[in-house]
Design a protein around this ligand. Structure first.
Ligand SMILES: C[S@@+](CC[C@H](N)C(=O)[O-])C[C@H]1O[C@@H](n2cnc3c(N)ncnc32)[C@H](O)[C@@H]1O
Length: 223
């Protein structure tokens, strides 16, 4: 019983998931170093609004996930630039996962602060988003990494309109595979919200990758 509960908190990672951790870690390292060299940058904010427990298992070994890797990278950066601020927001709607995550994070230092919460992603982003307007000296990076195809665009708007970066991890192949099988109204609504269109209009994308890609291009134009 205890071990099955533990596997809900610490999931197994597949090789491509581990590659995702490494890619985000390397990207953040380069992003932070470049920005900190800029005199108009007073600080960095990293947000993982669906961050999981920070650790995974792979072939019986413990593997660190994105939030733990990024926290370690940004601690190094904060120590190199003590006059600039580094803030990290880590959030997951599972209290048990964030309790596990806290065991693996570095502790705060003068200019380095981690804020860990167990809320719904929308609640967190609705709080942080409006604070970004008029704060050009603060550079933020939002990592939006759901398990499923759900993207709530309205809460992302402030992040897309200010000086920062948004990385959305979205599996195109999962949608193409699943879309023709969807029966539940709630799931249809989720897809309609993600692709900003009526569900019925999405059905052709199930078989046609090109049509899907064109729709994504249209959404990007709208935003
Ligand atoms: C793909 S995992 C995140 C992996 C993590 N970003 C990493 O790279 O290590 C998705 C996480 O989102 C969390 N989640 C799902 N729905 C959520 C919501 N509405 N608000 C906050 N977290 C949510 C799940 O508990 C799960 O841990």
């Amino acid at each position: 019983m205890a071990s099955s509960n533990n596997s809900k908190i610490i999931s197994k990672a597949s090789p491509h998931t581990i590659m995702k951790f490494k890619l985000v870690e390397e990207y953040i390292k380069a992003w932070a170093q470049k920005l900190m060299l800029n005199s108009s940058c007073y600080g960095l904010v990293f947000i993982d609004c669906m961050c999981n427990s920070g650790v995974y298992t792979y072939n019986g070994e413990t593997v660190e996930g994105t939030p733990v890797r990024v926290a370690k990278v940004l601690l190094d950066v904060a120590r190199t630039y003590p006059q600039k601020q580094v803030q990290i927001y880590l959030n997951d709607n599972s209290q048990e996962k964030v309790d596990e995550l806290k065991k693996h994070l570095p502790v705060d230092e003068g200019n380095f602060k981690i804020i860990v919460t167990a809320k719904d992603r929308d609640e967190l982003l609705e709080t942080i988003g409006p604070q970004l307007y008029g704060r050009q000296h603060l550079h933020y990076f939002l990592f939006y990494d759901p398990y499923d195809a759900s993207i709530n665009w309205p809460v992302l708007i402030p992040f897309l309109r200010n000086w920062g970066e948004v990385m959305i991890n979205h599996m195109v192949s999962a949608t193409i595979r699943a879309i023709t099988q969807v029966r539940r109204e709630a799931t249809k609504e989720k897809y309609a919200n993600t692709y900003l269109t009526d569900f019925e209009k999405l059905i052709p994308f199930g078989s046609e990758k090109k049509a899907y890609e064109e729709r994504v291009e249209e959404i990007i134009q709208v935003l």
